[in-house]
Ligand binder design. Structure first.
Ligand SMILES: [Zn+2]
Length: 65
């Protein structure tokens, strides 16, 4: 085995159901993969729909309010 370490970036998306408010996380190692416009299925209430960007993401970080 070589010395040292390897690393890679993991993105964890927070998916919030707009029907019941439940949220869960979706981790991915593919930085190009986004939740936008793919179909989702709420594990709590069964609501189905596509991903839409949260207003909190618009400026790149959580809003301070
Ligand atoms: Zn739901």
């Amino acid at each position: 085995m070589s010395e040292g370490f390897t690393y890679s970036r993991e993105t964890i998306w927070h998916i919030t159901c707009r029907s019941c408010g439940f949220y869960w996380t979706y981790p991915t190692m593919n930085v190009k993969e986004t939740p936008e416009n793919r179909s989702w299925h709420c594990p709590l209430c069964g609501h189905k729909g596509t991903g839409q960007e949260s207003p909190d993401l618009k400026d790149g970080h959580d809003s301070p309010s």
